[in-house]
Design a protein around this ligand. Structure first.
Ligand code: 6PG
Length: 466
């Protein structure tokens, strides 16, 4: 056999799907897995594609059968297992080879790993892959962080397997080392916020306006034909149509209301706070998932404090505008974190390009991202999304609806943490003169911290120190 263009280590759901996608595009792929017994099953299920898949049980044989400079892609859990595999594979590699971590990894670890391997001229790529199993198999959106050398090696394969938006592959080299994993992390933060706001609207209609899941599904299906079109709205409309084969109840009614999370949303929030930023919509979404998992505590609190929620009068058009405003604000906060990290790490992230590669293949793909990409291409370049011509106009049109929905929810005792966070953020940013003067006075009063004074240079203290 000719040597394989790429090796994939890790034949779990995502690794298998990527290997099949690459093989389908005509590349030779070497494959292996820690549990060697999985390998034969994978090849047996690959059908015709098996002709481009080359299985190996020993790591040495797997590496020896890769064309040089080699590309080894790992799709394995990102913590210790990744470190163990780097240790095992590096002695088998040569200068110029590239190792890819294609899992969801903490970008700080990616930066450290890239720096540690650079001394041996081994290139380490943090590859963000979005789109779940179906995306990996038929076209993911991919965010590449690594050297130009690695990008030149990977480009033909990644462009061939990526999702396409109007023919353009949804993959880009976004910067060095951790840039790709960081952009993927923020993607997931936006994903958390978007999922939570959809769930909040579902909750308002279900619990406040007595709509059935089927009726809510109908509303979301309508939204999916217009400016709110998105993968997450589309699948929610679909999910809400299903019934439980065991009980006949709507399927959502038999699913425990306790959301899981693997950590990317939390990483986004931690990083935002570390950089002196606040991504309140993402933080609210992470917090809402955590509270949701405290099912027993919530049941106890409901029994103690009462769980009554007032009926709401809501119409689909107002909710659509509220969803649009909240979605714009959630994305705007995500891009602000990207801007902060880009500055701190010197990545020079191309925000328009990021929005472009999120237009197809990934979980947050939506019509909105097309508009965001266009807004970032505006001249002069605008990194603050809410100040762009298109989005300040859109917010002007939709914020009244978000305010009406959040007000009604709050007055009626319904929880809408993400929509409320979005509104509070924009209301704070709309105040050219806010309330932080009082904070500064307090800090000076108890700690002699000093403050800046309007219209005067230098550091000042209040008369309380006279
Ligand atoms: C994607 C998804 C994917 C996965 C995450 C989120 O872009 O394809 O974000 O990476 O769904 O792991 O997982 P949690 O919701 O469990 O944090």
């Amino acid at each position: 056999m000719s040597k394989a263009q790429i090796g994939i280590y890790g034949l779990g759901t995502m690794g298998s799907a990527l290997a099949l996608n690459i093989a389908e595009k005509g590349f030779d792929v070497a494959v292996t897995n820690r549990e060697t017994e999985w390998i034969a099953d994978f090849i047996a299920e690959a059908g015709d594609l098996a002709r481009n898949l080359h299985p190996f049980e020993r790591l040495e044989d797997f590496v020896a059968n890769l064309a040089t400079p080699r590309v080894v892609l790992f799709m394995i859990p990102s913590g210790k297992p990744m470190d163990q595999m780097i240790e095992a594979v590096v002695p088998l590699l040569s200068p110029g080879d590239t190792i890819i971590d294609a899992g969801n990894a903490d970008f700080h670890r990616t930066r450290e790993r890239a720096a540690a391997l650079a001394g041996q001229d081994i290139h380490f790529v943090g590859l963000g892959v979005s789109g779940g199993e179906n995306g990996a198999r038929h076209g993911p959106s991919m965010m590449v962080g690594g050297t130009d050398h690695s990008w030149q090696q990977l480009k033909p394969v990644l462009e061939a397997i990526a999702a396409r938006h109007e023919g353009v592959p949804c993959v880009a080299h976004l910067g060095p080392d951790g840039a790709g994993h960081f952009v993927k992390t923020v993607h997931n933060g936006i994903e958390y916020a978007d999922m939570q706001m959809i769930a909040e609207i579902y909750g308002l209609l279900r619990n406040g306006a007595a709509w059935t899941p089927a009726e809510i599904s109908g509303l979301f299906a309508e939204w999916d034909k217009g400016p709110l079109k998105s993968y997450l709205i589309e699948i929610t409309a679909e999910i809400l149509r299903f019934h439980d084969p065991e009980t006949g109840h709507p399927m959502v009614d038999v699913i425990k209301d306790a959301a899981g999370q693997k950590g990317t949303g939390r990483w986004t929030v931690v990083e935002a706070v570390r950089m002196g930023q606040s991504a309140s919509t993402i933080e609210a979404a992470v917090g809402a998932r955590s509270w949701s998992s405290e099912k027993e505590t919530r049941q106890t609190v409901q029994a103690r404090l009462g769980g009554a929620r007032e009926a709401l009068e809501l119409d689909g058009a107002t909710l659509a505008d509220a969803m649009m405003a909240a979605r714009v604000l959630g994305h705007a906060q995500g891009f602000r974190i990207l801007a902060a990290a880009s500055g701190e790490f010197g990545w020079q992230l191309d925000f328009a390009r990021i929005a472009e590669i999120w237009r197809a293949g990934c979980i947050i793909r939506s019509a909105l991202l097309d508009d965001i990409a266009r807004a970032f291409r505006e001249e002069p370049p605008q990194t603050e999304l809410i100040l762009s011509e298109a989005f300040s106009t859109r917010l002007g049109q939709t914020l009244p609806a978000l305010r009406r929905v959040v007000s009604a929810a709050v007055a009626g005792g319904h929880a809408v943490p993400v929509m409320a966070a979005a509104l509070q953020w924009v209301d704070t940013m709309r105040q050219g003169f806010g309330g932080a003067n009082v904070i500064q006075a307090q800090r000076d009063y108890f700690g002699h911290h000093g403050f800046e004074r309007l219209g005067q240079e230098g550091r000042h203290h209040g008369p309380w120190w006279a």
